[in-house]
Write a protein of this length. Structure first.
Length: 303
């Protein structure tokens, strides 16, 4: 009689193994189904009990750690700051943002991307966010598109508000507002979050404000502004504006090391050897404090 029970248990176990393997095949987990199928086959009843218990323990104690909080999916300016624990913060800092998009596991990839969006330096990596909109995972695309859309909306509001204030104010307040406007717009335009037509419109606004600033506050020079506006016009292939800002850089290169490096690079790329050498001579004879990059230019290319 006991033999009948044993044979029955074995047959039921074999039937369960077959059902399990077929289920795993449909779920496209062939490797996992083969290993567990062998395990269940040679450990009748106990194998299934052990497997079910392990799943229960996992769901109770570990599953909650990787669930995505839907409240974290809003990236609007009203979003409250979410503090991440030290381990997750260290992990986010150690993993390059580009590598996060190459994670194969969908859930881990989404969780990592959300953590990346919480980083304080996220605005320095907007290019990675834009590239995420081409990802194969529609959820990642949604997160990235939501973040970029919110950023565009906020930047439009901030740009308009600052521009209107610049036009209304006078005196020292106007100078401070112009500085804030120019610094902000340079940062946003260098992120390339706008469409090409909008990029050109805001670039023109920025160009006008920098010209106005230099015309009215001649004692102040900002080499990084000149380099920034030049590079933005270079991306638009606007030779006329590029030449204009090179001329401005030439007038300020004896006071601004960034202007000096820009002029050197411009003449070098254009192959204008005489102008290049004249620029090196002017920089050498100026009271300008040179950085390592500028010193390397002079040491390597001086006659």
């Amino acid at each position: 009689m006991e033999e009948h029970y044993i044979i029955g248990a074995i047959l039921v176990n074999i039937l369960c193994v077959i059902c399990y393997m077929l289920c795993q095949i449909f779920r496209k987990k062939e490797q996992r189904n083969f290993v567990l199928g062998i395990f269940f086959l040679f450990t009748p009843v106990l194998g299934f009990i052990f497997y079910i218990c392990s799943i229960g323990i996992y769901k109770i104690f570990f599953r909650k750690n990787i669930l995505i909080d839907e409240g974290e999916l809003s990236f609007s300016k009203k979003r409250s700051r979410v503090l991440i624990n030290d381990d997750m913060e260290k992990e986010a800092n150690l993993v390059p943002m580009e590598e996060a998009l190459r994670i194969s596991d969908t859930l881990d990839k989404r969780q990592m991307f959300i953590e990346l969006l919480k980083r304080e330096d996220i605005e320095d990596h907007v290019g990675v966010i834009r590239s995420a909109m081409d990802d194969t995972d529609t959820e990642i695309v949604h997160y990235a598109a939501t973040y970029i859309t919110d950023m565009i909306s906020k930047s439009r509001e901030d740009e308009y508000r600052l521009r209107m204030l610049c036009e209304k104010e006078e005196g020292d307040d106007k100078k401070k507002l112009l500085e804030a406007y120019i610094t902000y717009c340079l940062k946003v335009l260098q992120m390339h979050i706008y469409s090409d037509p909008d990029q050109k419109i805001y670039l023109q606004y920025l160009d006008e404000k920098i010209v106005y600033f230099f015309q009215n506050y001649q004692s102040l020079t900002y080499g990084n502004w000149i380099v920034g506006i030049y590079n933005l016009w270079k991306e638009q292939d606007k030779e006329e504006r590029m030449e204009f800002w090179i001329q401005v850089a030439e007038r300020t290169m004896e006071q601004e090391v960034e202007s000096a490096k820009l002029v050197l690079k411009y003449y070098f790329e254009k192959g204008m050897k005489e102008s290049f050498q004249n620029t090196i001579l002017k920089i050498k004879n100026s009271p300008l404090i040179l950085d390592n990059e500028c010193l390397d230019w002079i040491r390597f290319y001086q006659d």
